[in-house]
Design a protein around this ligand. Structure first.
Ligand code: NAP
Length: 289
């Protein structure tokens, strides 16, 4: 397993971690992933998987980098601290390695949330601060709200078929030493990627390299500087296979073929702004996302 630095810290993250949204695989796939080097596990208070992650890391806690997230409804300073304490209990641990704001909340000033984050760091309940689904603008504002800490990561969607972050966010994070944690790196289902690959280039490259399609799709992501990926694998076989996406590199020629032949989405400024506006309106209506 290859490792990458977490943000501007000295901590090293495996370039393949383990996602747990809609995870129902029990302890074994997570343990198998850890054994094969994927010692980064991502969960969230909203996933309902913190308890199983807590079980999986019993006896292995010091080998695992645990990342979880607060839901947007809990972004006020006191609510955030209380949410972190509940996550600690569910995870059955006394510290969270990376605590992330799950989505921007336009109803709560980010200064309030970041004050809570810094209190959590000061009390030793969390080690590092991260965000998720933040745009460049939101990231800059969140960073400006922090007095003593830096934002270490931004968890965002990135795969062969979802390449919106290439419109500026990826470059900004690379330049500012903010690790990109790529979620849904297999497009939420590998079949979604193969359906966007009319010429079958993913399969052809995988066969030529002696790798699987999932491994090629993940390797394409982690070839980027400062980017790690967190596929969700509910079986031991998938978890081990995903770990095999690390430790080798696609050639530039193969990457070029994947990038030109597989159809992908890259939302422009207007579409991204419209989606944010819709989220904002939803939150103003009192719905939590
Ligand atoms: P994903 O990892 O892109 O895809 C998961 C799917 O890929 C599952 O159906 C899984 O099957 C399958 N899979 C895994 N390894 C495979 C392999 N080697 N071969 C074939 N299929 C394989 O989708 P995701 O769960 O949306 O994203 C991953 C993680 O990112 C989440 O679990 C979560 O931790 C995080 N996430 C974060 C956000 C956010 O807003 N921050 C949003 C979405 C996701 P099995 O389950 O059967 O193994």
């Amino acid at each position: 397993m290859e490792f990458k630095r977490l943000g501007s810290s000295s901590v090293r993250l495996p370039e393949i971690g383990l996602g747990t949204w809609k995870y129902a695989g029990g302890v074994a796939p997570l343990r198998a992933g850890i054994e094969h080097g994927a010692c980064l596990i991502d969960t969230a208070e909203g996933y309902g998987t913190e308890e199983i992650v807590g079980h999986a890391v019993q006896g292995l806690r010091d080998r695992v980098f645990l990342a979880t997230k607060a839901s947007a409804r809990n972004f006020r300073r006191r609510d955030l601290i209380a949410a972190a304490e509940r996550s600690l209990r569910r995870l059955n641990t006394d510290y969270i390695d990376l605590y992330q704001l799950h989505w921007p909340n336009y109803r709560v000033p980010v200064e309030d949330s970041m004050a809570g984050m810094e209190e959590l760091v000061d009390s030793g309940k969390i080690r590092f601060i991260g965000v998720s689904n933040f745009s460049v603008r939101e990231l800059k504002r969140a960073q400006a709200a922090l007095r003593r800490n830096k934002i270490m990561s931004n968890q965002v969607s990135y795969s062969l078929i979802e390449r919106t972050i290439e419109g500026g966010l990826l470059e900004y994070c690379q330049q500012s030493e903010v690790t990109i944690i790529a979620y849904s790196p297999l497009g939420m289902d590998l079949a979604q990627i193969t359906a966007s690959d009319p010429e079958g280039v993913l399969s052809r490259i995988a066969t030529a390299r002696g790798k699987t399609e999932a491994q090629v799709a993940l390797n394409w992501i982690t070839a980027n500087v400062n980017v790690v990926a967190i596929p969700k694998a509910s079986t031991v076989a998938h978890a081990i296979e995903d770990c095999g996406a690390s430790g080798w590199r696609l050639s530039q020629a193969d990457s070029d073929v994947l990038e030109t032949k597989i159809r992908y989405k890259r939302r422009g400024f207007v579409e991204s702004a419209a989606r944010r506006w819709a989220r904002h309106a939803f939150q103003l209506l009192g719905r939590s996302l």
